[in-house]
Design a protein around this ligand. Structure first.
Ligand code: MN
Length: 255
């Protein structure tokens, strides 16, 4: 996991944008899983990409843990192809891929890095990206009181453990079908606690209100959040396109 741990230092700085620039943020498509309805949003995502000057993909876009592809290589190939089809036809837009906890595996980082070298308008970031006064992150730091060092350590033990057995997929489907998933999102991902944890993380990495951050865009909880004010910052979460839940393509400030 040295790649992600040391990667921050080598990253290209995002460009600066004028206030009129159009940006978008999505996360948690969980593509390749049985529960994802992301394909229903494909047209809207492509339309946003055609309109945007910057587009942040905020992690768990692909779900390698619950992928229905037969092998990890098949999932990786499909992920790279999906990204190439989104990024290549929109050279006016810069894409920033921020890893989540379901797509942070080293094998994907290597493939993403190669794609970012191939496509000049694609950058990737293991933990977060700051563009102007906006901070974009996946949001798995909200799982507990997690500082950056703990996040690096948690992420480093996430490896591909083989595709899930069909029985696991069916059990997950059953859970999703009875909407337990939505209940879990609502009950256990209440905004104040999630936002408080993210605020503490932003203090830890030095991208807080004092540093000039105004808007924070995150995912992971699958619980939509629209302009939630806390600690001098405004928080945004676009939800997830999973059965019983909703995805919103979030407009993002870039300056
Ligand atoms: Mn996640």
């Amino acid at each position: 996991m040295l790649l992600a741990a040391g990667r921050d230092l080598e990253l290209k700085s995002p460009p600066t944008y004028p206030p009129s620039a159009r940006g978008y943020f999505i996360s948690d498509l969980h593509l390749f899983t049985r529960r994802s309805c992301a394909e229903l949003h494909a047209t809207d995502i492509w339309a946003a990409a055609a309109d945007a000057e910057a587009f942040v993909l905020g992690g768990d876009i692909f779900d390698f843990k619950w992928s229905t592809h037969a092998t990890l290589d098949d999932s990786l190939d499909a992920a790279i192809e999906w990204l190439r089809e989104l990024v290549a036809p929109h050279p006016q837009c810069r894409f920033f891929y921020v890893l989540g906890n379901h797509d942070c595996l080293p094998a994907f980082q290597f493939r993403l890095d190669a794609l970012a070298h191939e496509l000049p308008n694609l950058d990737w970031h293991p933990y977060y990206v700051r563009i102007g006064s906006s901070l974009f992150l996946h949001g798995d730091v909200a799982d507990g009181d997690i500082d950056h060092e703990m996040l690096v350590s948690r992420r480093s033990v996430i490896h591909h453990r083989g595709s899930k057995h069909i029985v696991s997929h069916l059990m997950y489907d059953a859970v999703v079908t009875v909407r337990v998933h939505r209940l879990v999102s609502i009950v256990f991902q209440r905004a104040p606690r999630v936002v408080r944890r993210i605020l503490a993380y932003l203090d830890d990495i030095g991208h807080n209100a004092e540093s000039g951050v105004r808007n924070v865009y995150f995912g992971h909880t699958h619980a939509p959040l629209e302009e939630y004010h806390c600690g001098g910052l405004v928080f945004h979460n676009g939800g997830a396109p999973i059965k019983g839940l909703k995805l919103r393509i979030v407009k993002a400030e870039l300056s």
